[in-house]
Design a protein. Sequence first.
Length: 132
Amino acid sequence: MKRFYCFLVLCVVSNFFSQILFDKVSKSIQNIDISPANIVNILTILIINPLFWLSIIIYILSAILWLLGIKKIPLSNAYSITSLNYIFVTFYAIIFLNEVVSFQKLISICLVISGVFLMSVNTKMNITIKKI
């Protein structure tokens, strides 16, 4: 079972890196007006950008790791782990983008961490909702 949680954590980490790369790629088309007339120009810029392809490859890897993770872990538990992305992005923003984090955001991060922990803990009390 630990192996499947490892897949999910690796999924979150790879998804985080792909999103950071996508953000960098978006800067290459930042000054271009998004309009039907510029679609070919935008696609050309993206296609020749190696970071675009690297971010796509890492994103696909993330999807594969997700599939491997949810193979044995209930979807509700697995999905709660993806909220760790918020924490990774926040720490990235603090360290590399020099963003200031409010006290409210720090409390939110603590709540996310505790929520992921509570969703992951195996409890004996299960609630079943029956379809009518």
